[in-house]
Every structure is written in structure tokens, then in C-alpha cells.
Design a binder for this molecule. Structure first.
Ligand SMILES: Nc1nc2c(c(=O)[nH]1)N[C@H]1C(S)=C(S)[C@@H](COP(=O)(O)OP(=O)(O)OC[C@H]3O[C@@H](n4cnc5c(=O)[nH]c(N)nc54)[C@H](O)[C@@H]3O)O[C@H]1N2
Ligand SMILES: Nc1nc2c(c(=O)[nH]1)N[C@H]1C(S)=C(S)[C@@H](COP(=O)(O)OP(=O)(O)OC[C@H]3O[C@@H](n4cnc5c(=O)[nH]c(N)nc54)[C@H](O)[C@@H]3O)O[C@H]1N2
Ligand SMILES: [Mo]
Length: 817
């Protein structure tokens, strides 16, 4: 499938050789709002960037980018669907069996009917039961971790607002880590002293200027840069557009010919390893470097510790198995010759190893970024302009240089800043926390001890869950196991704009506004702070939807008279925004960025672009460390890159030894004989996780109105499946109905169903009618180091679906809803 010739590989390499001195670095493109204020275009923002909204007679007609951009971003069109989808929650709703007897509810979550109630009834009911549960079981029984990608505005932050209310109520159980980088963010501090996954990278301009070879290892930036944690500044997509034209050697290592591989086309080489096999492939390359004495021993001795122990393992002196390219070929399915060639190319050129995160959302996920860091260290280019490794190039525009900016503060979970909270408010934050992806294990085994990053922790017993701003029924693994565990708490409240699967499995559902229905603000660029953007209210709140801010402020009033004012710190929505803006203005003054006063700014319907900083544009990650490792040590115990970690050795974990090792995953297709395939669940081009699954964009990807499954032609043929057929994918955990997308753009033996389809289980057969892949995935920790999720793994079988396709109900509100 992959035809790598040495010539093809080296095309472009060396084109920029010698140009290592940074000459003229300028912004990649000038980004200004494409339109100013008109009566019909209102400026707001979402994760997918600043948005201009076309409004007529109070109705949102369309949304488009508020920034000039070269690469289109489909997610920017979703505004009207977000506001008007029939999947909206219209009124506060309570499960019938719960309403009838809240302290001893009848009926089953997920199958019981819902009853409409007034907001006041809902508040009173939640308050009474919350207080009862808290009194009986303490704050550790109330889960307010509420993980998820709620709106990105600085004020209407659902999770924070929930926690603020729970703090006023006396504390709560929170969460540790996230679903994105659960493994990498825990291992990397042991290796280089910083998490790396959410950090400013050697900048995009420095890469364009200096790198000769750019490796996209499990990286699909054309998809993942459509959004950012705050709001995208658009520079990441622009960078990859320029990289494509640069003539550099681009190597994509991915079991799928991703949207990014399609985008680069002939300008890149695609190599397809088996999913989950990357560590073996990296070791094959590392072995070749040692064998040809190409590894940089000087760098290794000056900047790292523990290479000797690793080398012993690599060269098979420990277990008799040399981790040679031939050994690796049998695991990763990439020809040994290609790995040998990669070793040479990486070594002979200024090479940047960029890695995505899908490959660490797998069992032993910690090993991926650790091993890649070891490989980069062996190449000896860490800290050089355009060389080394980078783990956030595909996310939140990690290579866009930081600007001189006035930066917005944001709502906090604790009361403060002129608060009227008197001594009689015993404000208490999170009293306990567990790794977020272990929630089902926590529900199943309260009181049980487990290991996390060297600590022994105990799972609390959760009696109440309030989720605001996350879609845990979509994001969590092994949906059927989740559904069982989900029956255990006494009360589950979901605050949501939409009837998600979690909402359908709740006791109480509260209708929440979308970001188009309230005023807020955001910055673009998590690292760059490129713009400050007003998020103006575009339409009236739909139906009976309220803002999370108002809901929790009202709930605070139930705690004690005057609670609302305490919660709001005696400020209105606009006063909060004004104060946030004023704080940014102060920062702006120090940075010499002119910022008009708040009233003018709000009136102007314009974003503010922050000042380009030429020095920041030359930032090289680990540059200072390289220049002087004594004066600028890393935050590791040795101050150096830890190839062998004594700290991790001390943890004595079977599933995370003290240096990178290859460990076969539990569900590994080669250990099965009945046609099992390896499942991947990458992130979708046309969704943000589960968000917009209902939107018109669905037409871009759905097959017979179901989530697509990508299947290699040979695997499809062997099972009599044709492109466009309905397919049943199943394993011992569950079954889903999907539509066949037969393509040679996937490694044979693997299939992909993108994460994010809303679970829609057929009550009769248990089949997910909407193809939610987490019905099939394993709910195990990556290891007891990171306790990350393994959503991007598992084996499945597939067959042509021959029955009558059940009606899709994923986006249909429940009866009375
Ligand atoms: N199998 C598998 N599973 C995965 C992954 C994978 O790769 N494979 N990826 C994982 C990753 S990296 C992540 S980050 C998670 C994502 O998991 P989530 O962040 O939970 O996913 P979203 O679909 O973005 O959920 C956000 C929810 O918040 C709601 N919402 C939006 N705005 C507001 C608001 O203002 N107020 C309130 N109350 N609600 C609001 C939306 O309607 C939506 O239901 O999924 C994880 N799950
Ligand atoms: N459009 C869009 N953008 C998003 C998101 C979204 O849902 N939609 N989610 C955001 C969030 S919360 C996160 S955490 C990031 C996620 O960013 P990532 O975790 O990097 O994204 P994924 O799509 O899971 O994986 C990236 C690539 O890795 C490949 N891959 C999967 N398994 C393997 C493997 O075993 N080995 C190798 N080498 N490659 C593999 C996939 O085919 C895919 O092309 O994206 C963010 N951006
Ligand atoms: Mo994520």
C-alpha cells in the first residue's frame, strides 16, 4: 500500500539546509475580522473560532468565520443547527419514578418516562435531595467533576459554575486529568519535567524556516485544528497549508490515510503501521540508529539519564530479543527496510517529530510519547530550531507564537475578588478526586484502593452526580457497563441544551442556553492569545432554556437567602464581562496594546488583535536547556531527560516499567482467529466529539443515516460487505449499527468508527442504532501510572446487516420532551 522510495522520501529534504539562522519571521497571515458591524452580522465565537452571525428578525440564519482563512472549516456553519435542532431540551423535566418518590425512586433510568415541571419545582426538588444526600453522606458523595467541552466563554463555563455552587454548598468530589491525554500528561513530567501536551511548541515559523523533515506521527491536524480549547486563532490550519507548499519532506505515520494525508497528497509519504504498534516501530528505528552507530552519544550523555539501561533492553541483552527493524516489522506491519531508511533520514536531516494523542488513548498509552522522546533524544536534535519532538502541534494552534496581549481572566470555582461572602459561608472546593476516566470503576467499587501516579488513592462512594457541560454517555468507554453503574447513585442531574444520551439517562434534566443565547467573551489561541473576542448574544433563549450562571445562582439562593448575590458577587452578566475586560485592559497597557473602553468595545462588534512579538516568534522548545543544561535544568529529578526513571521504578508498576518497553495489548487482533479486527475511534472532521452530531453536516459523512465505519477492501470482501451497506460491528461488550465506507485508506485488519456518535440503544436488541463506538471499547486504564482511557482500542467483528434497519432515535426527545 505504501510505496516508499528513497527518492520520494528525500524530495525536498535539504531545501532549507543552511538556512538555520532565523531571518524574517512574520505572522503566517494577517487575520482581521472580515466584516465590521452591520445590522445583520453579529460577532460571537465558539471553539471553532470567531463567528459572524447572520440574523434576521431575531432568527439566526447562518454562521461563518470571523477571520480570514485559507483552509475551510465546516464546523463554523453549525450555528443555526445548534440553536434550532429538534434535539433541544425545552423545559425542566423529571423522570416519573423519581418525581413520585424522590427519596426512594422507582423505575429505571433510561427507560422511564419524563414529566415536565416548572423551574421552581426543579430547583426545590434538587435542593432538597442534594441537602439530604450531602447531610447523610458528606461532600465526597457529590460528584461535580463534570468533565467536558462545554462552551468556551470566560463567564458561562458550565463546569466551573457548577463547582462554584458546590463549593458554596460545602464541597464535592472532583476529577483528575482528562480524556484527551490521560496517559501522556502523567508520564511526560517524569520524562522531561513538563506535560508537553498543552504547551507552547517550537513555533510554526521556526519549523517553516528550519525543519527539513516533518513527521506527523498519529497526527490529524486538518481535523483537530478546526477547534481549540478557547477559540481557534486559525493559525494551525494556515501553518499546515504553508507546510504543504514548502517542499519539505513530510512523513505521515498513521493506520489511516487521514484527512491530513489526503490534504498533503503527493507532498507527503504515508506509512501505515498497525494500530497500537507504534512503540515497536519507534524501537525498530532506534535499534537501527544504534546498530549503525548513528545515535548521538554526546547528546545522550550531556542531556539525558538512563540510556544504558534502555540500550540493554533495546539490543536484547536483557531478554534475548533484539528490538530490530525485523522484530518490529512482525508487530507493526511496516517493512524493516522502511524503518532502516527512516533512521537514516531522521538522522541526516533536521527532523521534527510531531505526535498526536490518539495513540496514547490505548492500553500502555504512556509508552508512546516516552518512547518518541527517547528516539528524539537519540537523534540529538532536541532544543535545536526545527528539530526534536512536539506533542501539541495538532491542538489549539500549539505552534502559534505567544502575542503581547491583554489576557482575559475567567470565572472561578471559588468565590473571590470583592466577594460579599461573609464568614458564615464555609466555602469548600473539591474534597476528593479520582482520575476522570475511572468513573465507572469508582461507581462499581467505592472504598477500593488503587494506584495513581505513585499514590495509593481510594474511590469515594458517589450518591449524587450533577453534570453540566459534558457528554459522558458519549465520551466514556464500554457504554453497557456505564449504564449498569449509572443506576447506583441516588440522584443524577444533567444540565444540557440537548437531549443527549446522558440526559435521557438522568433523573432531572435542565434546559440550558447555547452560547448564541447569552453574552460572553473569549480569547483565541490557547498559547497565542491572538485575539480578544466579544461573544455577543445573537438570539433570545429558546423555549425555557436558562444560562448555567443563572441556574446555579438561583440554586445558591436556595442554600441561604442572599446566596444568589454571594454567588454573583453582586454583579450582573454584563458587569462580570466589563470587569474581565478591564483586567485584560490592564494587561494590555503593560503590553502596549491599545484597548478601547468596555462600552465602546462592546458596541464596536469587533475583535481586538493582539501585538505580534518577534522574539516570541523565534521560540524554540528546550532551546534554553540545550544552551545551558546546568543553568536551565528540566523539572525532573536529574534535571535531564529521563530515559530511565528511578521515580517510576519506585512505583513498581507491572504496566509501566521504568523505561519504555513494548507490551502487547490485551485486545490485540493477532491473538484472535475468528476474523477480529482492530478498532480505532479517531476524532471526526465534522463534529466536536458528540457536538453537532444532529447537525446538517451529518449529510457529509453519514451512510444510510448511520455513523460510517471505514473498512479495508479486502476485509470487506472477505465478509461480503460493499461500500454503502449497513454493517453490524460487535464484540463481547456490545453491538452497533454502522454504514460501510470501504476504502484502501486504512491498514488492512483495522476499522475506524469516529468517536462522538450519540448512543442510541435499541431496547429490544441492545444494538446502538447510531453507531456509538464506545459501546464496543474497553473501560480499562492505560496503566496505573496515568489511568487514562483506552477508548481508541479494542477488537471487533463485523458482518453485513441484513435485517430491517431500526429507526434512528438518537436525536428524538423522549415522550413529553
Ligand atoms: N472511544 C473514544 N472515546 C473518547 C475519545 C476517543 O478518541 N475515543 N476521545 C475522548 C476525548 S479526547 C474527549 S475530550 C472526550 C470529549 O467528551 P465531552 O467533552 O464530554 O464531549 P462533547 O460532545 O464536547 O460534550 C460537551 C457537552 O456539553 C454540552 N454543552 C455545550 N455547551 C454547554 C453549556 O454552555 N452548558 C451546558 N450545561 N452544556 C453545554 C454539549 O451539548 C455536549 O453535550 O471524549 C473522549 N471519549
Ligand atoms: N474536528 C475536531 N477537532 C478536534 C476534536 C474533535 O472532536 N473534532 N477533539 C479535540 C480534542 S478534545 C482532542 S483531545 C484532540 C484529539 O487529537 P488526537 O488525539 O491527536 O486525535 P485522534 O483523531 O484521536 O487521532 C489522531 C490520528 O491518530 C491516528 N491513530 C489512531 N490510532 C493510532 C495508532 O495506534 N497509531 C498511530 N500512529 N496513529 C493512530 C488516527 O487515525 C488519527 O488520524 O482533537 C481536538 N480537535
Ligand atoms: Mo480531548
Amino acid at each position: 500500500m505504501t510505496n516508499i522510495s528513497r527518492r520520494g522520501f528525500l524530495k525536498g529534504a535539504g531545501a532549507s539546509a543552511g538556512a538555520l539562522a532565523i531571518t524574517s519571521i512574520a505572522p503566517l497571515s494577517v487575520n482581521a475580522a472580515t466584516a465590521g458591524r452591520t445590522d445583520s452580522l453579529v460577532l460571537t465565537a465558539g471553539r471553532m473560532g470567531p463567528l459572524l452571525c447572520e440574523v434576521n428578525d431575531g432568527e439566526l440564519l447562518s454562521t461563518k468565520s470571523g477571520l480570514a482563512q485559507t483552509v475551510p472549516n465546516s464546523l463554523q456553519q453549525t450555528g443555526p443547527s445548534q440553536v434550532y435542532t429538534k434535539a433541544r431540551v425545552k423545559y425542566p423535566m423529571v423522570r416519573k419514578g423519581y418525581l413520585e418518590n424522590p427519596s426512594n425512586p422507582q423505575g429505571v433510568r433510561g427507560s422511564d418516562e419524563f414529566v415536565r415541571v416548572s423551574w421552581d419545582e426543579a430547583y426545590k426538588l434538587i435542593h432538597e435531595q442534594h441537602m439530604r444526600i450531602r447531610k447523610e453522606n458528606g461532600p465526597e458523595s457529590i460528584f461535580a467533576g463534570s468533565y467536558g467541552w462545554r462552551s468556551s466563554g470566560v463567564l458561562h463555563k458550565a463546569q466551573t459554575l457548577l463547582q462554584r455552587y458546590m463549593s458554596m454548598s460545602g464541597g464535592y468530589a472532583g476529577h483528575l486529568g482528562d480524556y484527551s491525554t490521560g496517559a501522556a500528561q502523567v508520564i511526560m513530567p517524569h520524562v522531561v519535567g513538563s506535560i508537553e501536551v498543552y504547551e507552547q511548541q517550537t513555533t510554526y515559523p521556526v519549523i517553516l524556516e528550519n525543519s527539513e523533515v516533518v513527521v506527523l506521527w498519529g497526527l490529524n491536524p486538518l481535523n483537530t485544528l478546526k477547534i481549540a480549547w478557547s477559540s481557534t486563532d486559525g493559525q494551525g490550519l494556515e501553518f499546515f497549508h504553508q507546510l504543504k507548499k514548502s517542499g519539505k519532506t513530510i512523513i505521515i505515520i498513521d493506520p489511516m490515510r487521514s484527512e491530513t494525508a489526503e490534504f498533503f497528497g503527493d507532498n507527503a509519504q504515508w506509512i501505515a503501521p498497525n494500530p497500537q504498534s507504534d512503540v515497536a516501530m519507534m524501537m525498530g528505528i532506534a535499534h537501527q540508529l544504534v546498530k549503525t552507530q548513528q545515535h548521538d552519544t554526546e547528546f545522550l550523555s550531556k542531556y539525558t539519564v538512563g540510556f544504558e539501561q534502555f540500550e540493554t533492553y533495546l539490543m536484547g541483552k536483557e531478554d534475548g530479543i533484539e528490538k530490530s527493524p525485523q522484530w518490529a516489522e512482525a508487530i507493526c506491519g511496516v517493512p524493516a527496510k522502511q524503518m532502516e531508511l527512516l533512521a537514516k533520514i531522521f538522522k541526516e536531516n533536521r527532523t521534527m517529530l510531531m505526535a498526536g494523542w490518539g495513540m496514547q488513548r490505548q492500553q500502555h498509552g504512556e509508552q508512546r510519547h516516552w518512547m518518541l522522546t527517547v528516539l528524539a533524544s537519540m537523534l540529538g536534535q532536541v532544543g535545536l530550531p526545527g528539530g526534536g519532538f512536539g506533542y501539541s502541534y495538532h491542538y489549539s494552534n500549539g505552534g502559534n507564537p505567544t502575542r503581547d496581549a491583554g489576557v482575559l481572566p475567567a470565572m472561578s470555582a471559588s468565590l473571590g475578588g470583592g466577594s460579599s461572602a461573609g464568614n458564615d459561608w464555609a466555602v469548600q472546593g473539591s474534597v476528593t478526586a479520582f482520575p476522570v476516566a475511572r468513573i465507572v470503576e469508582c461507581l462499581e467499587k467505592p472504598g477500593t484502593q488503587y494506584q495513581h501516579n505513585g499514590h495509593t488513592l481510594t474511590f469515594p462512594e458517589l450518591k449524587m452526580i450533577w453534570w453540566a457541560g459534558g457528554a459522558n454517555f458519549t465520551h466514556h468507554q464500554d457504554t453497557n457497563r456505564l449504564i449498569k453503574a449509572w443506576q447506583k447513585p441516588e440522584l443524577i442531574v444533567i444540565s444540557e441544551p440537548y437531549w443527549t444520551a446522558a440526559a435521557k439517562h438522568a433523573d432531572i434534566v435542565l434546559p440550558i442556553t447555547t452560547s448564541f443565547e447569552r453574552n460572553d467573551m473569549t480569547m483565541t489561541g490557547d498559547y497565542s492569545n491572538q485575539h480578544l473576542v466579544p461573544m455577543k448574544q445573537v438570539v433570545e433563549p429558546q423555549h425555557e432554556a436558562r444560562n448555567d450562571l443563572d441556574v446555579f445562582a438561583d440554586m445558591a439562593e436556595h442554600l441561604k437567602p442572599g446566596g444568589r448575590n454571594v454567588y454573583m458577587e453582586n454583579k450582573t452578566e454584563m458587569e462580570w464581562l466589563r470587569d474581565f475586560y478591564k483586567a485584560a485592559q490592564k494587561g494590555g497597557r503593560n503590553a502596549r496594546v491599545p484597548m478601547m473602553n468596555f462600552t465602546k468595545f462592546w458596541e464596536a462588534n469587533q475583535l481586538i488583535e493582539m501585538k505580534w512579538n518577534a522574539k516570541n516568534a523565534e521560540f524554540v522548545r528546550f532551546g534554553d536547556f540545550r544552551k545551558d543544561p546546568i543553568m536551565n535544568p528540566l523539572g525532573t529529578p536529574s534535571g535531564k531527560i529521563e530515559i530511565f526513571s528511578k521515580t517510576i521504578e519506585g512505583f513498581k508498576l507491572d504496566d509501566c516499567p521504568p523505561h519504555p518497553v513494548w507490551m502487547e495489548p490485551t485486545e490485540w487482533m493477532f491473538n484472535y482467529t475468528d476474523g477480529e479486527l482492530q478498532l480505532m475511534t479517531s476524532h471526526s472532521a465534522h463534529r466536536l466529539h458528540s457536538q453537532f452530531n444532529y447537525a446538517d453536516l451529518r449529510k457529509e459523512y453519514a451512510i444510510q443515516d448511520r455513523e460510517p465505519i471505514t473498512i479495508h477492501p479486502e476485509d470487506a470482501k472477505a465478509r461480503g460487505i460493499k461500500d454503502g451497506d449497513l454493517v453490524r460491528a460487535y464484540n463481547q461488550r456490545g453491538q452497533v449499527l454502522v454504514g460501510a465506507h470501504v476504502s484502501d485508506g486504512i491498514k488492512k485488519g483495522s476499522v475506524c468508527i469516529h468517536e462522538g456518535a450519540w448512543p442510541d440503544l435499541d431496547p429490544k436488541t441492545g444494538m446502538c442504532k447510531n453507531g456509538g463506538p464506545n459501546v464496543l471499547t474497553m473501560d480499562i486504564p492505560t496503566s496505573r501510572l496515568g489511568n487514562g482511557n483506552c477508548g481508541n482500542s479494542g477488537v471487533v467483528k463485523i458482518e453485513k446487516f441484513t435485517g430491517v434497519a431500526p429507526t434512528l432515535t438518537a436525536f428524538t426527545p423522549p415522550m413529553n420532551g
